[in-house]
Write a protein that binds this ligand. Structure first.
Ligand SMILES: Nc1nc2c(c(=O)[nH]1)N[C@H]1C(S)=C(S)[C@@H](COP(=O)(O)O)O[C@H]1N2
Ligand SMILES: [Mo]
Length: 330
């Protein structure tokens, strides 16, 4: 398993300052928080260790969306690329359930109800379970992961997510030996999500990963960014983030996770099979039928930049695809 770079782990002081945002922390021992959060920094984290549930009662170190200033432990990613401002991350969004107009999403999603919210994890597992999102946030240490997000439309951002490895949740439900893929589904609720009234897509939004991709430490479930809980437009209360794949794989507002034997069909594969494949790994050498993927526009920058294979995470993830023709499996 790949090790998390130390640059991707939130230093202790960030948790401590974030802690000040939290209401009702009161008597919870600071030492408990420090122990839980300092552990990963002290030693390289293997997937197995990262999945250790947080100590019982350890609070989720996230500020409510309206509370506190957006904060991150660094202003750049590990390549030195600047973080995309909070303002851009929260006002330029793809979330077709609300609108196909990126700048209209935030307003339309403003009153989206994200509590209470449960995520059902089932299918080919020994221990199917429905989790309350709030419990998940207490159960696993929320790590900061500064990742590049590369949309298939050839724009990109750098976002300081807060989340935990998807592997932690999957290990807890114990996939059976027949489980080969993971399928994810977004909430279906056309009253709250006006975009779901449009008949062009097969709602609910669905996505999938191969099980070994899903178990990779870089794949996280995120409930926050910039030190705060996610706003609805970014996929509250819980969304997937798979940084080496095009952004559409990072499905928002998840209600269901299912372990399955066959490769799932995503909303985009069903809508345009010639344009969107199952793998969707960021690849400068495989053009979209209607545009090149060789370069991209980083939000906030004037000049285009070169697109990196696997969005810059090739060292970590290329091994998942050994022997596969990436022109065919796009
Ligand atoms: N349910 C759902 N998830 C989704 C989408 C969507 O329309 N619906 N859009 C995807 C696309 S195309 C991108 S680029 C990212 C954008 O995430 P962001 O708005 O948080 O930057 O979300 C992805 N997840
Ligand atoms: Mo996207």
């Amino acid at each position: 398993m790949v090790k998390i770079r130390s640059s991707e782990i939130t230093p202790e002081h960030v948790y401590l300052s974030r802690r000040q945002f939290m209401a009702g922390i009161g008597a919870v021992a600071g030492s408990l928080l420090v122990t839980a959060c300092a552990a990963p920094a002290a030693q390289p984290v293997q997937t197995g260790q990262a999945t250790t549930p947080a100590a019982p009662g350890a609070p989720a170190p996230l500020a409510a969306p309206g509370d506190g200033e957006p904060s991150a432990s660094k202003d750049t990613d590990e390549l030195g690329d600047k973080l995309t401002p909070f303002q851009s991350v929260t006002t330029y969004n793809n979330f077709y359930e609300f609108s196909t107009d990126k700048q209209a999403v935030a307003g339309l999603a403003k009153n989206f109800r994200t509590t209470p919210w449960t995520v059902t994890v089932g299918g080919l597992v020994n221990k199917p379970k429905t989790f309350d999102v709030e419990d998940l946030l207490k159960r696993y240490v929320q790590q900061e992961r500064i990742y590049r997000l590369r949309c298939v439309e050839a724009w990109s951002m750098v976002i300081p997510w807060l989340g935990f490895p998807l592997a932690a949740l999957l290990q807890e439900v114990e996939p059976t030996s027949q489980a080969k893929y993971v399928r994810f589904e977004t909430l279906l609720d056309h009253k709250q999500m006006p975009g779901q009234q449009a008949g062009w897509y097969q709602w609910p939004y669905a996505e999938g990963l191969r099980l070994d991709e899903a178990m990779h430490d870089l794949a996280i479930l995120s409930a926050g960014l910039y030190g705060k809980l996610l706003l609805p437009q970014n996929g509250a209360p819980l969304r997937l983030v798979v940084p080496w794949k095009y952004g559409f794989k990072s499905i928002k507002s998840i209600v269901k996770i299912e372990l399955v034997a066959e490769q799932p069909t995503s909303l985009w594969m069903a809508a345009a099979p010639d344009e969107y494949g199952f793998y969707a790994n960021v690849n400068p050498d495989v053009s979209h039928p209607r545009w090149s993927q060789a370069s991209e526009r980083r939000i906030g920058e004037l000049n285009r930049r070169k697109t990196l294979p696997f969005n810059g995470y090739a060292d970590e993830v290329a091994g998942l695809y050994t022997g596969m023709d990436l022109r065919k499996y796009y």
